[in-house]
Design a protein around this ligand. Structure first.
Ligand code: ZN
Ligand code: ZN
Length: 211
């Protein structure tokens, strides 16, 4: 698997800090389980975040420390590389409680199917099934949309995305994804309101990264 499209630093920092909505954590954990490059960057952010926390906790009350640690408990934790037995990487298979056979698809028309995954309300997660050669209607985005390819490939106005690739689309982006010929395309997608996840990251890491 040659991955060309990776997660952004803010997403990895948000994941390390435990501030991403669950749906985004799921996409990040799933990509990281496939991608050595992003795993290395995540580990660096986790080390830095830990150091920042340690220096802050020295002057923290016990109650605020507990609150802080609770915030850091990301619901989707299995970000490390793990063996996979089916199509879905381990974090996704764990989340769904199985592989493709567990997915309850709903038709969207033109052979396109989706399955909404139960997740916290801050963002939504879904699996998309796009038959080879089929397009998804042109659309814009109200917030951020992460799309991780699990099988097959798709192309939009900007680039080609194959297995393991993540497309990060924001409010400015409007695109018309088309599944490429060959295997049907299966993706994991997460969407939210504009950049909610950015919240704690600046507070924790801004002094260091100047973002
Ligand atoms: Zn990556
Ligand atoms: Zn989109």
């Amino acid at each position: 698997m040659t991955i060309k499209h990776h997660l952004s630093d803010p997403l990895l920092m948000g994941y390390a800090a435990g501030t991403l909505p669950e749906a985004f954590s799921l996409v990040v954990a799933t990509h990281v389980s496939l991608c050595d490059e992003c795993r290395a960057r995540l580990e660096a952010f986790e080390a830095v975040g830990g150091a920042v926390l340690e220096s802050e906790t020295a002057s923290m009350s016990e109650a605020s420390l507990d609150a802080c640690l609770a915030r850091l408990a990301t619901p989707v934790k299995a970000a490390r590389r793990a063996a996979r037995t089916g199509l879905f990487p381990a974090p996704l298979a764990d989340y769904i409680g199985g592989d493709l056979e567990k997915v309850r698809w709903k038709p969207l028309g033109m052979g396109v199917r989706q399955a909404i995954l139960p997740t916290s309300r801050a963002a939504s997660a879904r699996l998309l099934y796009i038959p080879a050669g089929q397009g998804v209607p042109d659309h814009g985005h109200r917030g951020m949309e992460l799309t991780l390819v699990l099988q097959g490939a798709f192309r939009d106005d900007k680039a080609h995305f194959g297995p393991g690739d993540v497309e990060i689309a924001t409010e400015e982006d409007e695109h018309t994804p088309v599944a490429e010929a060959g295997a049907d395309c299966i993706c994991l997608a997460a969407t939210d309101a504009p950049l909610r996840f950015m919240g704690l990251v600046p507070r924790l890491l801004q002094p260091i990264f100047r973002i």
